[in-house]
Every structure is written in structure tokens, then in C-alpha cells.
Design a protein around this ligand. Structure first.
Ligand SMILES: *Cc1c(COP(=O)(O)O)cnc(C)c1O
Length: 358
């Protein structure tokens, strides 16, 4: 069976050696030395000035909305994982969907201004598959209308835009370290901001609002990363360059095979952006072709995934609006298997099956 992705598992002895440190201390959560060490290592790896490690990549979105005092309408993308939308609704805000750019698949910045009303307080956009939004345009709009900007950068581990970590943009950026993501801690995630005051707020929010044992800064929730999660991260991190290098080889093979196939569209990548090879999406001419290709793959026990389907303006708990580009792309896009340890023969087999099915 060939899945869309396989979690990179470090040698068990290496994970165990790191876990031993938690055992020796008898300390498995509440920001022990492993979480602190992981944060330090990620700060230097990613060149960010601040990070708070968290227990997944969804709570950082919710905490970001809370910490920025966002209420009312939040302009967002319909083309993302459901957590982007659900976090807005969970925090009692209304997602206002703005359609996406058909080439980059990120929110269409030229359509944002038309969606702004006096109820709008923020923009929450996703750097889709590690491909940045039009950061400059969004920042200019946010300044003009006094809006906060949160980037769901769940796919963006190690991505640099203009030689700067992508996590350095927006008021707050978030990342996911879920087992299906490029860098992982099993479940996990992180939040990033360059604003020291905001950082304090995020930090208190993620630990019940505790300020010491007996005092409270304010409202909080529990989003702490455990030592067990951090140990996994510390064991995976030394392999990240190798993981990326192997995935790059697969991506280059897919790209070579499909970039000249007339019935397949590959997303266009924003310039000045480093790729992290986290996904390989292909867009077909219509949904029938996608279904045909996907069933051919399934007949060979190969399981691609329809990221992202359905378009998020169609989930049952939001006010449905038309976003024709996102709806059309959602129906036609398929992410191909891509993981560390994928054999050359498997890549070739997948390419051949797809070209054959078209
Ligand atoms: C994975 C993902 C999330 C959620 O992250 P978890 O760690 O699974 O909670 C949020 N947004 C996007 C775009 C994602 O792909």
C-alpha cells in the first residue's frame, strides 16, 4: 500500500535516549527541558526570534484569534484544511470567504478590499502547501483598514520568503507539527510573533493564564507541548535536511513528468520563496478526470488525497457564499504520494499510472 504520506520515524534508540532524560528527571510535561531545548533549536534552525511550542497546530490559531482580541468578521480563504475555518467559528467569529488565486491557490488579495466592512477585524490566510500568500499586498491592506493578520503556516516548516523565515510575517504565524507534516512531534505545533508584548499574552494563554502558581494573568487554555512530544521533535530534527533532500528528488521527478502534460496544471510558486517539498498537488481539467486517475491509482493500492476538498465555504456551520475558483480547484486537485523513503520505482509507477489514465 502506498499512502499519500508516511510519517518519518527516527531510530527508536535515538528517541529512547532523549526520553531517558525525561525519565531521569521524572518530568514529562509543563515545559520541561526537552520542550525548552526544542524551542531553542527551532529558533536557531528557523531564524525566528520567538516561538512557543504547543500541543497541536490548531490551538495556536484559536489562541492567536483570542490574543489579538479579534471579534466579528474574519476574512479568510476557502482553500485550506478545515482547522483554518473551524478556529474562527470556535472563537465566535464569522469567517468571510474570499476566493483564491487560481495559479498560486492562496487567497486572492485583489478581492480582499471588497469584502471588508466595519465588522471586519482580521485576515486569517493560509500559505497553501508552503506557497506564500501575497504578503506585501495583504500587509498594505491590513495597515490601510487597521486589521490584524494571522497566517496559518501549518505547511511551512523551513520555508523562507525573501531570505526571511515565513513565520516572521503577519502579526502572528502558526505551524503544525502533526505526524503528517514535514517536521513533526507526533501531534504538535507552534506559534510565532515578533511582538514581545503579544508573545507574553500568547504564552499565558497557552498555559491556563497562569502567572506562577497562585496568580492569573487572565483567561487561558491548555495548549502545552509535552516532553514526550518534544522528544520526538528532537529526534526528528537532525534528519530534516535528509528528509527534504529525498522529497526534493521525488518532487523533481513528478515535476519533470507533469509540467509538460497539457491536461495537468501545477500550481505556480511565488518568487523569492524556498520550497520545503511538503506536498505535490496536481490539478486536472475536471473532476471526472481526477476521479478516473484516482481510481486507477487506488486499483494499484496507491492512495493519493484530495487536499483540499471540499472547499471550506461548503462546510455545514458557515454562511455559504460563492467562491467559484476555490470550488473548482477543490474539485480538481489531488496531492500525490510524497514521503521520505519513497522508492524510484514507486514514483515511476505513479507517474505511469497517471499518464496512462489521462
Ligand atoms: C494540519 C493543518 C492544521 C492543523 O494542525 P494540527 O496540528 O493537525 O492541529 C491547520 N491548518 C492547516 C492548513 C493544516 O494543514
Amino acid at each position: 500500500m502506498i499512502p499519500v504520506t508516511k510519517t518519518f520515524l527516527p531510530p527508536q534508540s535515538e528517541y529512547q535516549a532523549i526520553l531517558n532524560r525525561a525519565w531521569e528527571k521524572g518530568w514529562i510535561t509543563n515545559r520541561g527541558e526537552l520542550v525548552i531545548e526544542l524551542e531553542q533549536k527551532l529558533k536557531s534552525r528557523l531564524s525566528v526570534s520567538n516561538i512557543v511550542a504547543m500541543t497541536n497546530g490548531t490551538l495556536p490559531l484559536q489562541i492567536a484569534i483570542k490574543a489579538l482580541n479579534i471579534i466579528g468578521d474574519v476574512i479568510t480563504t476557502p482553500f485550506s484544511y478545515v482547522a483554518t475555518t473551524s478556529s474562527i467559528v470556535w472563537e465566535g467569529c464569522n469567517p468571510i470567504f474570499v476566493d483564491i488565486n487560481p495559479d498560486f491557490l492562496t487567497i486572492d488579495e485583489t478581492k480582499i478590499e471588497a469584502a471588508i466592512t466595519e465588522n471586519t477585524s482580521a485576515i486569517l490566510a493560509t500559505h497553501v502547501f508552503g506557497n506564500p500568500c501575497n504578503i506585501e499586498a495583504i500587509s498594505a491592506i491590513a495597515t490601510k483598514y487597521n486589521l490584524k493578520v494571522i497566517y496559518d503556516a501549518a505547511h511551512c516548516f523551513d520555508v523562507e520568503y525573501k531570505n526571511n523565515s515565513i513565520f516572521n510575517f503577519g502579526d502572528i504565524s502558526t505551524c503544525s507539527f502533526h505526524a503528517t507534516k514535514l517536521f513533526h512531534t507526533g501531534e504538535g505545533g507552534a506559534i510565532f510573533t515578533n511582538d514581545k508584548i503579544l508573545l507574553d499574552k500568547l504564552f499565558y494563554h497557552h498555559n491556563f493564564g497562569h502567572k506562577g502558581h497562585e496568580e492569573f494573568y487572565g483567561l487561558g487554555i491548555n495548549a502545552k507541548m509535552s516532553e514526550l512530544q518534544a522528544a520526538m521533535g528532537l529526534a526528528v530534527l537532525p534528519y530534516i535536511d535528509r528528509i527534504k533532500a529525498e522529497r526534493e528528488i521525488v518532487v523533481l521527478k513528478y515535476t519533470k513528468a507533469f509540467q509538460t502534460t497539457p491536461s495537468i496544471q501545477l500550481p505556480r510558486w511565488r518568487s523569492h520563496t524556498s520550497k520545503n517539498f511538503s506536498y505535490f498537488p496536481v490539478i486536472f481539467e475536471n473532476e471526472e478526470i481526477l476521479i478516473k486517475v484516482n481510481s486507477s491509482l487506488e486499483n494499484h493500492n496507491i492512495f493519493a488525497r484530495r487536499y483540499f476538498y471540499p472547499s471550506l465555504n461548503k462546510v455545514p456551520y458557515v454562511h455559504s457564499v460563492n467562491t467559484p475558483v476555490a470550488e473548482s480547484v477543490s474539485q480538481r486537485i489531488l496531492c500525490l504520494p510524497l514521503y521520505y523513503g519513497m522508492s524510484e520505482t514507486t514514483v515511476k509507477e505513479i507517474i505511469d499510472i497517471i499518464l496512462e489514465a489521462l
